[in-house]
Design a protein around this ligand. Structure first.
Ligand code: ZN
Ligand code: ZN
Length: 253
């Protein structure tokens, strides 16, 4: 079992260790037909990509794509959820410059408003004290649901990683909007139960590496083992075959 394309990889433009070329060369060595460069967006502390940098990254992506013609090299960003109402740190103007928009719920992302630091598990303030409270889980869940409903998100990365959410609710919003839920090999989430909930709600899944080193691009053993054990196919996990994949924002690969 293998993936045919990896839609979540980082480079030195945020805190990955390789260049765009390095990621593409590794993807090609595994026979992938596409690889997306999806560095962290601006509110990721210290390493987030400033919007004005995106044109430079696009140039790089285009140049590398011309050099390696057997693979599609795509430009994306991994946006951050930046508040309890589902706002993200990539606006539509910036998103229109991308091929694919990922969004992740990260513990330490800078929030939109100061007060929001206490509404979501940011920097651990709320997280430490009420991580597992039903109220906090409901708040986290609502933020992700609102995020998927109000932003045209192609892929929700690592749902449930370090932050408790109600997977069924999130999956319902993803199914409704055509947002793919990532099975993250790097962060080992969601687990079997979470995947079952996602499928029951009608959501589609995608397996990505979230590689921060070129050598990890396309490497998704943990996720693929799980997918294999569960007997899933490209009907449920969109990047397991060569069938075209249609993303919510319009990209077809
Ligand atoms: Zn992430
Ligand atoms: Zn990532």
């Amino acid at each position: 079992m293998k993936i045919t394309a990896d839609f979540h990889t980082h480079t030195r433009y945020s805190h990955g260790t390789g260049t765009v070329t390095d990621n593409v060369v590794n993807a090609l060595s595994l026979g992938l037909r596409a690889v997306a460069i999806t560095d962290h967006a601006r509110n990721h502390p210290l390493v987030g990509v400033k919007p004005q940098k995106i044109d430079k990254i696009r140039k790089d992506v285009v140049a590398v794509g011309k050099e390696y013609r057997n693979i599609r090299v795509l430009l994306g960003l991994e946006a951050n959820l930046i508040g309890p109402r589902g706002d993200i740190d990539v606006d539509e103007e910036l998103a229109d410059k991308l091929d694919v928009l990922l969004v992740g719920f990260h513990l330490t992302a800078y929030q939109k408003k100061f007060g929001d630091y206490f509404g979501l598990p940011l920097n651990g303030v709320t997280h430490i004290f009420c991580k597992n409270s039903a109220k906090q889980i409901a708040r986290n869940t609502q933020a992700v649901v609102d995020c998927v409903l109000k932003n045209k998100v192609d892929v929700l990365t690592h749902p449930g990683f370090r932050i408790d959410v109600e997977m069924s609710e999130i999956a319902k919003a993803c199914a409704e909007t055509g947002t793919y839920m990532e099975i993250s090999s790097r962060h080992r989430t969601p687990d079997v139960k979470g995947i079952e909930k996602a499928l029951a709600a009608g959501a589609k899944l995608i397996v990505n590496s979230d590689a921060h080193k070129p050598v990890n691009v396309g490497k998704c053993e943990w996720a693929l083992d799980l997918v294999g054990q569960m007997g899933l196919t490209s009907e449920e996990v969109v990047n397991l075959s060569d069938k075209p994949i249609k993303f919510r924002r319009g990209l077809v690969v």
